[in-house]
Ligand binder design. Structure first.
Ligand code: TXA
Ligand code: MG
Length: 289
């Protein structure tokens, strides 16, 4: 297993075709085995060997790969059953980070790489955070600096019928819809994209959302101009949702490390990456059923 940087978050990578390596990966993360992994590949040709991509999936791939979008499509070959949680579908993406691309090209086959956090914890967006989470399990680790996007990839299902948004993420809905038209919503069955389980991405301290400021003992994640303070982390002083996305997990972790009574978070507008930021915050707060 290797810790490797991607443009979204750090991943914990293993040979997608090796069931015992994949089993160790589930073990290291404490991840439920019904939650399938994303196969990372070097280019579109490799993606098409792994998954049957139809015209709309290919349009999405042409527009945004390498980049922060994952496509769920019918499975073809090269990813073991365990990595797919036994499904006849597979999630595949071509990451944009130069280190990830170099590793994938050198390895030559699909690499499954969930976010390098222990299951249920915020995804790591720096090398140190990744090492703290699952470094104990990695035979090698590459420091690629802080992740520029900071949120996991957007997951879109292409399984016949309309494309469906399974997980909002690092590529915003408007950019995708400009290329492929309106996205349908995911069915509510959490098992289809278990990253969407209610309590996920959670720090230890309880979260209070849409807070206008911190209460006694609380840390505060501000958005927009806010006075600095010992328990204040500003997601974006200039109120930019893309910057807030990049800072979200690192600031949640930093605030949590200060062991506050709770973490209050300012409200974030829903445009652009704000949709994915709001999604992660709701799950971190345990508010989504
Ligand atoms: O940005 C990312 O996607 C990062 C980096 C490391 O690439 N990886 C990541 O992996 O977020 P992970 O395992 O934390 O999230 C994978 C998501 C989960 O929500 C999982 O349920 C969904 O993809 N998924 C995987 N295979 C699927 C399938 N066949 N059908 C539906 N959802 C699937
Ligand atoms: Mg994850």
């Amino acid at each position: 297993m290797v810790i490797l940087p991607t443009e979204t978050v750090y991943g914990l990578g293993a040979d997608a075709g090796d069931p015992s390596a994949v089993a160790r990966l589930f073990e290291a993360k404490g991840r439920p085995r019904f939650n399938p992994l994303i196969a990372h590949v070097a280019d579109l040709g490799a993606a098409r060997r792994v998954a049957a991509l139809d015209e709309r999936a290919l349009a999405l791939a042409a527009a945004f790969w390498p980049g922060p979008v994952t496509i769920v499509a019918p499975f073809r070959e090269g990813v073991c059953d365990l990595a797919r949680a036994g499904l006849e579908t597979v999630a595949v993406r071509v990451p944009a980070h130069p280190v990830a691309r170099t590793v994938l090209e050198a390895f030559g086959g699909p690499v499954v790489a969930p976010s390098a956090n222990r299951s249920g914890r915020p995804s790591p967006t720096t090398f140190d955070d990744a090492m703290e989470e699952t470094g104990f399990a990695a035979a090698a680790a590459v420091d690629g600096g802080p992740c520029t996007v900071g949120l996991e990839s957007t997951v879109v299902a292409s399984l016949g019928g309309p494309l469906r948004l399974l997980r909002p993420g690092g590529l915003d809905r408007a950019a995708i819809e400009a290329v492929v038209g309106p996205l349908a919503e995911a069915e509510t069955d959490a098992k289809r994209s278990p990253g969407r389980l209610a309590r996920h991405y959670a720090p230890t301290a309880p979260l209070r959302l849409e807070a206008e400021g911190p209460r006694e003992g609380e840390a505060y994640l501000a958005f927009g101009p806010w006075p600095a303070g010992p328990l204040v982390w500003n997601l974006s002083p200039s109120a930019d949702v893309t910057e807030a996305a990049a800072n979200l997990f690192a600031h949640l972790r930093a605030a949590d490390r200060a062991r506050p009574a709770g973490i209050a978070v300012a409200s974030i507008p829903l445009h652009g990456l704000g949709e994915a930021v709001a999604d992660r915050l709701k799950r971190a707060a345990g508010f989504v059923g």
